[in-house]
Design a protein around this ligand. Sequence first.
Ligand code: UD1
Length: 337
Amino acid sequence: MSRILLTGGAGYIGSHTGVELIQAGHEIVVFDNFCNSHPESLDRMEQITGTTIRRVRGDIRNQTQIETAIRAHDCQAVIHFACLKAVGESGERPLEYYDNNVAGTLSLLRAMRATGVRTLLFSSSATVYGVPQDLPLKETHPLSATNPYARSKLIIEDMLRDIYRAGPEWRIGILRYFNPAGAHASGLIGEDPPGIPNNLMPFMAQVAVGRRNTLRVWGNDYPTPDGTGIRDYLHVVDLAIGHLSALRHLDTPQCLTLNLGTGTGHSVLETLHAFEKISGTTIPHEFAPRRTGDVASCYADPSQALAVLGWKAERTLDHMCEDAWRWQEKNRNGYRS
Ligand code: UD1
């Protein structure tokens, strides 16, 4: 058992990981400024786990706040989820992205150095592979960034590699997520993006429940079997369990980089039909031009995570749709319902 600080722990991936950590016998401290999440998610996590969750309202750019939280709660490790993640917005407001994501991580790392905490899991993204040259994507694929959001993730990855080189006592896990989807099976926690969702699954769920009229399918002229984009959707609970496996593996100093994905790609239309079948709804949709920055196909080679951690995604696209639908139906307007 250890006590772990979760930056952004009230968010979509943070809340699901928090639940799995607690159920595996860890204690968590959620550090969040709720800029993109809702404190209600913490109440729901308490409901699922039957525990009280320590919570700190704070900003990762404030080193003192992080240090105080780590010391007050005697944390031994950090999982760093907190970041801004809207690709389009990052192009319009790059400073905010570099400030929150890059400067925020710097301040977190300084706080860790000051408090002697050397174990860190970082939420990276498949976005660091840029335009895929070879599929499936291996960890050795060249890295590049096509927007400030992606660049912020890449800069942080580089910072972490440098920190490990300079201080080989660090235990760092860089986890490159593919496309997290679905929700906790209880229907109590799930994805609740503020405003109009950028991502496919929450948008689709909101159309299915009648909150939005039509799904726009961005492009049907890609070189894929049905012309729509292919992604590696990964159940958020599988992803959460991946963090547990990675944390267990960080019992010795290292800088580990792993893909977390299923290895299987699904097109937008396949995903839409799966969601319609599971929800028993019809999802009105129309084809629209390609979205800037999108690629035709992106899916993982997850074999390293299996070899190193013994981790493998277990849940299928149908499970993701079923759980996303349960969450959306029970919480029509998300945590504000
Ligand atoms: C996006 C980001 C990625 C980020 C990830 C997690 C871009 C270009 N990429 O990944 O950097 O790490 O989210 O936040 O934004 N689609 C539609 N209609 C919609 C929404 C999506 O057709 O309303 C399609 C997209 O064109 C794509 C697929 O669905 O083919 C998945 O899109 P999305 O869920 O936004 O994920 P990514 O683009 O893979």
